[in-house]
Design a binder for this molecule. Structure first.
Ligand code: ATP
Length: 236
């Protein structure tokens, strides 16, 4: 089973630990505040109170055996940087760190931290992307240049199959799922709408008016597709 360590149990660290645990991963949670440790004990595999700048304590907790460490101390840069240095020294392979400035991120990157996350910036971008278009239902940044969005089916896609649309060549994006809302009559006679998701649709699958599609690709290409779609919707 995949095993993670989360160091720092503020709102960010606790959310990461809880979500990982809910997804079935083994989570060892650390904080130097006993109260924070107790708060997560019921849902993580193990919760340990230690100072993350104490190399011996981290070694004794076998932190070098986990698949990845989430370093969730953003507020105190000195502690964050020192902890990252110790984690690298004792052989932790993968470190994902919360940062609170560009400089902080740059220092951790130089030290070999694979991924740095600036939570406020990350969420801010997602919210802005959701707000600018009423046709985007989900927005997720996959990498610096790529994103995943859920959008309403563009008008020029309706009634056509993926093969006909030749989406990968014509729009340089991929549709990874089609979500359909199907009006149905329930056993008690009520009119209900059933949601169905067709993951990895085949070339012959046809897009319908009420469908939403999950699209992955370069941000530039996704933006182009959304703009084309919005133009057509406005013309209607
Ligand atoms: P969040 O925004 O996630 O709520 P925060 O801004 O409140 O976090 P941070 O400074 O990022 O606080 O610290 C997150 C957690 O890290 C706190 O719970 C804190 O007790 C813990 N922490 C701070 N220093 C250490 C340390 N040396 N060893 C272990 N845990 C630490």
């Amino acid at each position: 089973m995949t095993q993670f360590a989360v160091i720092g149990l503020g709102r960010f660290g606790t959310t990461v630990a809880e979500t990982l645990a809910k997804k079935g991963a083994e989570v060892i949670a650390f904080d130097n505040d006993e109260k924070k440790v107790e708060e997560v004990r019921s849902f993580v595999t193990n919760a340990i109170c230690l100072d993350s700048t104490d190399e011996q304590a981290l070694k004794a907790a076998n932190i070098n055996n986990v698949d990845a460490v989430v370093l969730a101390i953003g507020g105190n840069k000195e502690v964050s940087i020192l902890t990252a240095a110790i984690l690298r020294k004792i052989g932790v392979g993968k470190i994902i760190a919360k940062v609170d400035s560009v400089l902080h991120a740059r220092i951790l990157k130089i030290m070999g931290v694979q991924r740095t996350i600036f939570p406020e910036q990350y969420v801010g971008r997602e919210i802005a992307n959701l707000l600018v278009s009423q046709h985007i239902f989900t927005y997720m940044e996959v990498s610096k240049d790529h994103s995943l969005v859920e959008i309403s089916t563009p008008p020029f896609f309706i009634g056509k199959s993926l093969k006909e649309l030749n989406i990968t060549n014509n729009y340089k994006v991929r549709i990874i799922a089609i979500k359909s809302s199907i009006p149905t009559v329930a056993e008690n006679g009520d009119n209900i709408v059933k949601e169905e998701t067709n993951f990895i649709p085949s070339a012959d699958d046809i897009l319908n008016e009420r469908d939403t599609i999950l699209v992955i690709g370069k941000k530039l290409d996704i933006d182009k597709l959304i703009k084309m779609s919005e133009k057509q919707i406005k013309k209607k």
